[in-house]
Design a protein around this ligand. Structure first.
Ligand code: NAD
Length: 269
C-alpha cells in the first residue's frame, strides 16, 4: 500500500477499537500517525507501539482543543494528508427512557466531534497542493434506522449527510471524502455505551454478542484503507452484513425496519 507511505495522518479515537486498528495499519503502510483521544494513556500506548506515532489528549467536543491539535500537527509536519474523524460513543435506550442530557451528549461527540475536526483541519488541508483525504466514521446506523438507538442513529445519519454534502462541495478539489459505515464490530464500544431504562439490563448480553459475533476492527481498517485508496465515497464493512440492511432500506424502509427489529432483538435478548 504505497499510497500511505510517508503520509501524515490524524486519527481521533485512536486509543481503542477501530481508531487503534486504523492507526496500526497506517503505521504498517509507512504513514506517520497522530493518535488523538480523550483518554491520553490509551493514545500514548498506541503511539508507543507505532514506528512514528504521536499521542495527543483531545476531547473532540472541545472545538478549541481540536483547533490546538490542528495547530500542533501543522506546526510539526506542515501538512495533513489523512484526517480520520473517528471518535464516537454508543447509546442504547427507548426514546421514552432517553433524557435530554443523553441526546446532547451523543450529538456533541458523534456529530460536533466530526464538525470540530472539519472546522479545524479543512481550511489548511484545502490549501495543500497535494491530494488529501477526510474520513468520517459514521455507522451502518447512519444508513438504516434501528430501534432503541434513536440518538445514535440520528447522530450517524447526520455524519453521513454532512459528509455527502462535503464530498459534493469538494468534488473538483484535492480533498476526497470517505464515509466509514461499519456494522457490528468487536470493540469496547458496547461496554462503554450509555444504556438507560429497561435496555440497561441487557448490556452484559450485548457485550457478549459483540465479542462473539462482531467483526474484528483490523478487518474494518483493512477494508477502509483499501476503499480510501480507491477514492470510494462510502465504505461498508462487513460488506454483506451492512449491505443487506442498506439495500433493504433503499428498496423498502418498512422491510428494513423489520430486519432492524430482528437484529436488535438478537443483540439485546
Ligand atoms: N464497534 C462498532 O460496532 C461500531 C459500529 C459502527 C460504528 N462505530 C463507530 O466507530 C467509531 C469508533 O468506535 P469503536 O467501536 O472503536 O469504539 P471504542 O470505544 O473502542 O473506541 C472509541 C475511542 O474514542 C474515544 N473517545 C470517546 N469520546 C471521545 C471524545 N469526546 N474525544 C476524543 N476521543 C473520544 C474513546 O476514548 C475510545 O478510545 C465510533 O465513531 C463508533 O460510533 C463502531
Amino acid at each position: 500500500m504505497n499510497f500511505y507511505k510517508d503520509k501524515v495522518a490524524v486519527v481521533t479515537g485512536a486509543g481503542s477499537g477501530i481508531g487503534r486498528a486504523i492507526a496500526q495499519l497506517l503505521d504498517r503502510y509507512g504513514a506517520k500517525v497522530h493518535c488523538a483521544d480523550v483518554n491520553l494513556q490509551a493514545a500514548e500506548a498506541v503511539a508507543r507501539s507505532l514506528k512514528d506515532g504521536r499521542a495527543h489528549s483531545v476531547d473532540v467536543t472541545d472545538a478549541d482543543a481540536v483547533q490546538a491539535l490542528a495547530d500542533k500537527v501543522f506546526a510539526e509536519d506542515g501538512r495533513v494528508d489523512l484526517l480520520f474523524n473517528n471518535a464516537g460513543i454508543g447509546h442504547a435506550a427507548f426514546v421514552l427512557d432517553t433524557g435530554l442530557d443523553d441526546w446532547r451528549r451523543v450529538m456533541e461527540v458523534n456529530v460536533m466531534g466530526v464538525v470540530n475536526g472539519l472546522h479545524a483541519f479543512l481550511p489548511r488541508m484545502s490549501k495543500q497542493t497535494t491530494p488529501s483525504n477526510i474520513i468520517n466514521t459514521a455507522s451502518a446506523a447512519g444508513l438504516i434506522s434501528i430501534p432503541r438507538m434513536a440518538p445514535y442513529c440520528a447522530s450517524k445519519h447526520a455524519v453521513v449527510g454532512l459528509s455527502q454534502s462535503l464530498a459534493a462541495e469538494l468534488h473538483d478539489t484535492n480533498v476526497s471524502v470517505t464515509i466509514l459505515c461499519p456494522g457490528i464490530i468487536n470493540t469496547a464500544i458496547v461496554k462503554n455505551t450509555i444504556m438507560t431504562g429497561e435496555t440497561q439490563s441487557h448490556q452484559a448480553q450485548a457485550v457478549a454478542f459483540y465479542e462473539k459475533k462482531g467483526a474484528s476492527p483490523d478487518k474494518v481498517a483493512a477494508d477502509l484503507l483499501r476503499d480510501v485508496r480507491k477514492g470510494k465515497l462510502i465504505c461498508i464493512t462487513p460488506r454483506i452484513e451492512v449491505g443487506v440492511g442498506w439495500f433493504a432500506q433503499r428498496f423498502s424502509p418498512r422491510l428494513a425496519g423489520v430486519l432492524a427489529r430482528l437484529q436488535i432483538g438478537q443483540v439485546l435478548k
